[in-house]
Write a protein that binds this ligand. Sequence first.
Ligand code: NAD
Ligand code: DAU
Length: 363
Amino acid sequence: MPTWIVTGGAGFIGSNFVRLALAETDADVVVLDKLTYAGNLETLADVAENPRFRFVQGDIASRETVADVFREHRPDAVLNFAAESHVDRSIEGPRLFVETNVHGTLELLEAARALCTELAPADRERFRLLHVSTDEVFGSLGATGAFSEETPYAPRSPYSASKAGADHLVAAWHETFGLPTLLTNCSNNYGPFQYPEKLIPLMILNGLEGKDLPIYGDGGNVRDWLHVEDHCRAILLVLRRGRPGQSYNVGGRSERTNLQVVDALCEALESVRPAAENPALAARGIAGYAGLKTFVTDRPGHDRRYAIDDSKLRRELGFDPRYGFEEGLRATVRWYAENRRWCEQVQAGSYARERLGLEGAAK
Ligand code: NAD
Ligand code: DAU
């Protein structure tokens, strides 16, 4: 059976990928995760007893840790989900983003390169390192157009700059050392187990608790939304059938302004937990979830619009997302309403959904 090392497997997308890999492949899955504020063992509780699952707590930026894990498990593939992932936090403290996202990726590439020199030719031929990246490396779009795999990199936040740095290392390790790398650049994900600092889960929990729904700037910024399970299926496709050295854009063809997303969330909240039956709203004298919408100071350097041209992935590998946005959003609202314990556990002691990313930015 193949062994896959999944870094960042205790986070949002990584944990969804682990679940998919255990359900739909025969791979043994070794998660390597530092368990930062965003990584939680509760997120993996349902797979903890699976005999094909192992968990190692460790930092991808530690050369020794990575070497030990590679030595012990001798992976057939490495999937790098581990990252500092939140733009607002990158504005407050960029150093950790460079350390994990750039240096961490370097350590994985170097460990993979060393492993490949020891493998028999047939095993080396099959080995893959798949690096999970973002559409934010391409910068910000105007009203029209979409990012393709040929769009030049133009990152504008500390987060996206660190992801761009990592992507360049991945490409260089393929060109220079012949490492069989794969790169995916995906748009905004939503779905179960997303840390409640991100737009969709933050709005759902604030809505359920009758708190303000803070919309940055004019709410006209556009993101392209993809359900996390569809992203994970795309990654599995690329791992199995992608061409080494290539990058693949992954998107949902579901562009929405933030205001449209929040309005859709208010409707979904109403159907899952009617405002009239929510005492937290009654206590504030607010009749409907839309009454919680509040415009707040914009994010510094806020990218206006992202859009993904995913035709290469669809044409070459047959990618076809399963979730429509409104349907996926309703399922996500239901998941958060039914999993309040998980939400409390992952926030406990480290985060109270306060505004992040204004402190330290040039005013
Ligand atoms: P997340 O913040 O939910 O999870 C990140 C995981 O990485 C956590 O489990 C954390 O503990 C772990 N981690 C952080 N630093 C580490 C380190 N130094 N060593 C080992 N583990 C470490 O992030 P996510 O939203 O699941 O994103 C996963 C990947 O997908 C990231 O690389 C991100 O850039 C990329 N991505 C995310 C989105 C999105 O919308 N969330 C979209 C496109 C790409
Ligand atoms: O595009 C892919 C990227 O999507 C990933 O690489 C990142 O890891 C992921 O965090 C996400 O980045 P964004 O910055 O787009 O996601 P976030 O959820 O932070 O914000 C989405 C939009 O909503 C953005 O325009 C900012 C806005 N926003 C966000 C929050 C948290 C608000 O208006 N209010 C909020 O409270």
